[in-house]
Design a protein around this ligand. Structure first.
Ligand code: MV4
Length: 502
């Protein structure tokens, strides 16, 4: 770390190069810090909450992200016309685009995130894996770098044993992955995976790993400043996914022992140090049934699920990102960061869990959010707005904090029951199903939770059971009312309330 390169600069105005709930969330912290905020919006987002909340807003183009939120020149121009001295990229869109981070630097605009080198290195899954192996962080057994020849790969596959997993170097998030169970399918699978990767990412490099059976997805939040300080902000479990899309996350992970947590935290900080990381980052691990952990990927952005880490530690991660971007030291040491209680996040998507989670667009006729102790809703749309196929179908994130995991589960179930959305189907019933499921409540679940336990029929079974229970209790109430004699006790029998009751 070249400390002479550390520059302190007060940020006065941040342009949020994003939309939806994360844009709202970043603007909230800007307001609390007294920093001006600039929203950018496409035509359909003209009246979106993030535009209404920001101090200023700039129209950047038509609905398609390729004409708006993904256009680097438009974001840079919006910074220049509004005098924004920093950009927060949120997640998705340009948040892990090394070229965008570089362009911001060239234009003298502070990019609130890591340096282009770290984004580029961690975006290349092979380079990331090689770097981790070099610094001694466990990676799944497999090829040390991208596949050079089929013969060499077959030799490694036979050594590590089937099933093996073929992954695209330019992939990530499960894109371009292929499982091979039988050696006779190896060569054809490699060729298919290379062709898929070429089409999807313009890069046909692949590598192979031992396929870990039913792992758990456990990730560590880290925060690094430009003075060489790196801390972890504990762990999150994100194993409830469907088609590699996280739906329910919790912090901390319920199966980590203190020793394993310390070991993984050290590995996560080591991974950040290995790439001179700055800012908020997440190191994803797979944990197998023997509690061995393996590096999966590093995400060089603030993640969707960051609220659960904020709720168990009380840290505002966006405020920390801004402080680091201003060249300040981290506002906390590792000893300052305490884990308290348990938090769970449910992603509320406009998707139909009874129909393979297909997007369910529509206008929100009703959007009534839950509230109360330990309940947080990060919403990107409001009543009267439409959820369209233009963008990610996330309506909001519902997060709760409880004194322990059971308390958090109870609170989440109460909040989900209160959450009223009319106008489109949502993942709320799936979240209720999961939070009620013994595999989840016992903590004994893994990344196969959805294929192993969920189906639309089971969703209906659970709903039917609820209806039967509700009808039963209603019938009992009616019966009780018909048989009970109510004698007014105490002084209210002369009151208007009692004499005029219906
Ligand atoms: C794996 C794996 C088993 N063994 N790698 C990589 C991207 C991620 N979203 C899915 N990935 C996996 N990589 C090895 N060597 C299993 C998965 C996986 C998975 C991992 C985490 C959460 C959900 C998952 C669902 C399917 C597969």
């Amino acid at each position: 770390m070249n400390l002479t390169s550390v520059v302190m600069s007060q940020i006065n105005k941040i342009l949020i190069a994003n939309r939806g709930e994360i844009a709202v969330r970043v603007i909230h912290t800007c307001k609390e810090l007294g920093i001006k905020s600039v929203a950018v919006y496409s035509r359909p987002d003209a009246f979106a909450p993030h535009v209404q909340l920001a101090d200023e807003s700039v129209f950047i183009g038509e609905a398609a992200s390729s004409e708006s939120y993904l256009v680097i020149d438009k974001i840079i121009d919006a910074c220049k016309t509004t005098g924004a001295d920093a950009v927060h990229p949120g997640y998705g869109f340009l948040s892990e685009n090394a070229e965008f981070a570089k362009r911001c630097e060239e234009e003298g605009i502070i990019f609130i995130g890591p340096k282009p080198f770290a984004i580029k290195t961690m975006g290349d899954k092979t380079a990331a894996r090689e770097l981790m192996a070099e610094v001694g962080i466990p990676t799944p057994p497999g090829l040390k770098s991208t596949l050079q020849s089929i013969e060499e790969a077959e030799k490694v596959a036979n050594e590590i044993g089937y099933p093996i997993l073929i992954k695209a170097s330019a992939g990530g998030g499960g894109k371009g992955m292929r499982i091979v169970h039988d050696p006779k399918d190896f060569e054809s699978s490699i060729k298919a995976a290379k062709s898929e990767a070429k089409n999807a990412f313009g890069d046909d490099r692949v590598y192979i790993e031992k396929y870990l059976e039913q792992p758990r997805h456990v990730e560590f939040q880290i925060m690094a400043d430009t003075h060489g300080n790196i801390v972890h902000v504990y762990d999150r479990e994100c194993s409830v996914q469907r088609r590699h899309q996280k739906v329910i996350e919790e912090a901390p992970c319920s199966i980590l022992t203190d020793e394993l947590r310390a070991e993984m935290a050290e590995a996560a900080i080591g991974a950040a140090r290995a790439c001179d990381y700055v800012g908020a980052g997440t190191i994803e691990f797979l944990v197998d049934k023997h509690l061995n952990f393996y590096f999966l990927e590093m995400n060089t952005r603030l993640q969707v699920e960051h609220p659960v880490s904020e709720m168990i530690t009380g840290i505002d991660l966006v405020a920390a990102q801004i402080a680091v971007a201003e060249g300040k030291e981290l506002p906390f040491t590792q000893d300052d960061i305490k884990k308290n209680g348990h938090a769970i996040e449910c992603r509320i998507y406009a998707e139909d869990p009874e129909n393979n989670f297909l997007p369910s667009t529509g206008t929100l006729i009703k959007h009534r959010i839950p509230s109360g102790t330990g309940v947080r809703v990060d919403a990107g749309v409001e009543e009267g707005q439409s959820v369209t196929i233009n963008y990610d179908p996330m309506i909001s994130k519902l997060s709760v904090h409880g004194s322990d995991r059971d308390d958090a589960i109870k609170r989440m179930l109460r909040a989900l029951k209160e959450y009223e959305i009319v106008g489109c189907k949502t993942t709320i019933p799936f979240c209720e199903f999961t939070l009620n499921h013994e595999a989840f409540t016992s903590g004994k679940y893994d990344t196969h939770f959805v294929p192993d336990h969920f189906s639309p029929e089971k969703l209906n079974e659970q709903t039917d059971a609820e209806v039967i229970a509700l009808v039963g209790s209603l019938l009992k109430n009616i019966q009780d009312e018909n048989t009970a004699v109510i004698e007014p006790q105490g002084g209210f029998q002369d009151s208007d309330w009692w004499n005029n009751r219906r």
